[in-house]
Each structure stands twice: as structure tokens, then as C-alpha cells.
Design a protein around this ligand. Structure first.
Ligand SMILES: *Cc1c(COP(=O)(O)O)cnc(C)c1O
Length: 371
């Protein structure tokens, strides 16, 4: 590859003059702590998701922790989630000392398989925590009805699915509580940050206490209960506010790139493109291919050959969570979740973010066809 050729990275935050100017203004006002801008972001975000409330938190992991705490999850409870996700999903359950109960995924969407889920429910199950992996919302119809039948709560880990939809309802407005992340690689970002959405006043109030040492919002130094320091700062919130203005543009660019890939990469032997189930709007946080044994090259070779052309493909995720030490210690073992284990060996994501131009998308398609 010639040195002059631009790398096509797997993700890249889009920070433009609007974000920079907004931060500078906040800094000049010395408005650093949690204040009116955070409140403003909460209103904008709730309105966008269609929920009554949104609560801004310092990061997406803390947001998940707040959600579980607000649902009064304790060390006596079990929370069911997917082993094929970023580790934060399951770690948040451990923060409340609850038991992590993994359940296998379906291969079409990489999300929790509702058919396997029900057998994991016990008397101690309190919450189901589906993840909208890569930007495709979980199986809302089936998982919500299972939860209802067993009187369980759902916490939607929507870290990767802001702006995604199911039957015209937005991610964040499908479960009792949802958790978003504003980390640097996510579809909108403030570098660091989390947003929680809910229609429950009680949950919203609990989360606001929990993020600020249990302090009553209206009475300084009145601590109603135990809490953490999980606040978001105004200088962070202001970046997210600018990003919210661009969310439709970002999302449509991701979807346009994905449409080009779907068309250009179909009918390649052994290569499986991601699907969008009927009724769902996928936001392609990642565009994730599967390299099956019928494909001409191994996955490692595939990644290497793309890298030679300046295309940075990446594996999300190389190992399902149950195979990491702190979950193995709990008694999980290889073979427990065969679909997640197989897919971890097949997946590879290619650059789909808004900075990938249609021309570059075409170059990615031609490169894959050639190799
Ligand atoms: C990014 C992410 C999180 C955690 O968000 P942070 O803001 O990095 O703490 C949680 N779950 C999933 C699925 C994620 O992708």
C-alpha cells in the first residue's frame, strides 16, 4: 500500500466546529459541573426517544448500573443477558452483586435468542438485559412478552442503538429502562457519557439520587440514601447536544453505506451479510459480516488482505464473555453457548461509519470481491 493512501478506520468520532465552539463557550463560562446544560440534554434526549424521562450519567456502564439499582436488583437476584456483547453489560450486573445468567444468541441478529431464554428463568430472576448489538434492536415482541408473563423487568442495553427503531418506536422506549453510551466510538458521542431513558417517574428519581450520592436534587447536603458519584458535566453534555442535531444525518449515512454493502457483497460464497428484520430499523453501529468455512480465505487472512489496502476491519467480539476468567470462575465453560462461540470465530466488522464515503464503500466492496 502506498503511504499516501488514506486509512479507512473502523470508527472515528466526528467532532466539528459546532462541538468545539460549544465546549469553548462552556469553558469560558466556567460552567464545568452538572448544571443547566445537562438538564437541557436530558430534555432533548427524552424527546428524541419518545420517553417521559432521560437521566444523564457519567458513562454507559454507570448508566446500566443505575438502571439495575433503580430496579432494586440485589445479591439475591439473577439477571439474564447475552454472552456476546461488550463486557460492560455483564460487569454492571456484578456491580449490584447479582448473578449473571448468560443465555445463547440467535445467529441472524447476534442478539439474545428468545427461544432459549425462557428455560433460564428461575424464582430468583429479576431482570432480562438484552443488548441491541451492532445497532439492531433485540426481539422486542417475544422478549417483552416473556418478561410480562414472568413479571420481570427489562433493561435494554442500547449503547450501540441510538436512533434504531422497532415498529416506529425508538430504542430507549421499548423496555422499562434503557441505557445508552456516548463513548468515543458510539453513533453519537461526547467522548464519555451515558443516557438512561424511562417512562417511570420512580425509576427516574431513583437514578437521579443514585448518581449524586443519594442527594435530594432540591436540598443540598440532604442524603436520602446511599449513592455514587455518577454525574455528567455540563462541558460534556454540550457536546452531546451538538451531536443530537446531527443524529439523523449520521444515521442515514451509516444506513446508506450498509445498503451499498448489502447489495455489493451478496452472493459471495461463504460470506454472510447482516440482516434487518422486518419492522426494525438497524443503525449499523457496526456492519458485521460472517466468514464461514465455505469462504475462500480464513478470517485472519481476510483482515490482513483488507489492511493491505488500508481498510481496517475488526473483530467484535473475539471471545464470548463466559470464557473470560471472572466468568469462568462462576462455573461457565467452553461449550455452554455454542452459537455465541461459533459466531465469535466468524464475525468481522468493516468500516460503515458516516465518514466512509460512498466511493470508499465501493472501494471496500471491490476489495472484498478481489480477495
Ligand atoms: C459501549 C458499551 C457499553 C458501555 O459504555 P461506556 O460508556 O463505555 O461505559 C455497554 N454496553 C455495550 C453493548 C457497549 O457497546
Amino acid at each position: 500500500m502506498s503511504k499516501s493512501k488514506k486509512l479507512i478506520e473502523i470508527s472515528k468520532p466526528i467532532i466539528e466546529k459546532e462541538e468545539i465552539n460549544a465546549v469553548v463557550k462552556v469553558l469560558k463560562n466556567r460552567q464545568l459541573s452538572q448544571g443547566p446544560i445537562v438538564k437541557n440534554l436530558e430534555e432533548i434526549f427524552a424527546r428524541y426517544c419518545g420517553t417521559k424521562y432521560a437521566v444523564a450519567v457519567c458513562n454507559g456502564t454507570a448508566t446500566l448500573h443505575c438502571a439495575l439499582h433503580a430496579l432494586k436488583v440485589t445479591d439475591q437476584d439473577q439477571v439474564i443477558t447475552t454472552p456476546f456483547t461488550f463486557v460492560a453489560t455483564a460487569n454492571a450486573i456484578l456491580m449490584e452483586r447479582a448473578k449473571v445468567v448468560f443465555s445463547d444468541i440467535e445467529e441472524e441478529t447476534f442478539n439474545l435468542d428468545p427461544k432459549k431464554l425462557e428455560s433460564k428463568i428461575t424464582k430468583r430472576t429479576k431482570v432480562i438485559m438484552p443488548v441491541d448489538l451492532f445497532g439492531h434492536i433485540y426481539d422486542v415482541q417475544q422478549i417483552n412478552s416473556i418478561a410480562k408473563r414472568h413479571h420481570l423487568s427489562i433493561v435494554e442495553d442500547a449503547a450501540q442503538s441510538v436512533a434504531a427503531e422497532y415498529k416506529n418506536k425508538k430504542a430507549g422506549n421499548l423496555a422499562e429502562v434503557a441505557s445508552f453510551s456516548l463513548y468515543a466510538t458510539k453513533n453519537i458521542t461526547s467522548g464519555v457519557g451515558g443516557m438512561l431513558t424511562t417512562n417511570s417517574k420512580e425509576i427516574m428519581e431513583k437514578c437521579k439520587l443514585f448518581r449524586h450520592h443519594g442527594q435530594d436534587e432540591s436540598k443540598v447536603y440532604e442524603y436520602i440514601e446511599f449513592g455514587y458519584n455518577y454525574r455528567m458535566m455540563d462541558m460534556i453534555a454540550v457536546i452531546a447536544i451538538e451531536q443530537m442535531k446531527k443524529i439523523e444525518d449520521f444515521t442515514s449515512k451509516r444506513r446508506a453505506n450498509a445498503a451499498l454493502f448489502n447489495e455489493g457483497l451478496k452472493d459471495i460464497q461463504g460470506l454472510i451479510t447482516p440482516i434487518e428484520k422486518p419492522g426494525y430499523k438497524h443503525v449499523y453501529h457496526q456492519y458485521t459480516l460472517r466468514i464461514t468455512p465455505e469462504f475462500k480465505l480464513s478470517r485472519d487472512k481476510f483482515i490482513e488482505k483488507l489492511a493491505d489496502r488500508g481498510i481496517m476491519a475488526k473483530i467484535f467480539y473475539p471471545k464470548p464473555l463466559h470464557l473470560y476468567p471472572h466468568f469462568l470462575e462462576m462455573g461457565y465453560k467452553k461449550g455452554d453457548f455454542p452459537v455465541a462461540e461459533r459466531l465469535a470465530n466468524e464475525v468481522v466488522s468493516i468500516p460503515v461509519h458516516p465518514l466512509v464515503t460512498p466511493k470508499q464503500a465501493e472501494f471496500i466492496i471491490q476489495s472484498i470481491k478481489k480477495i
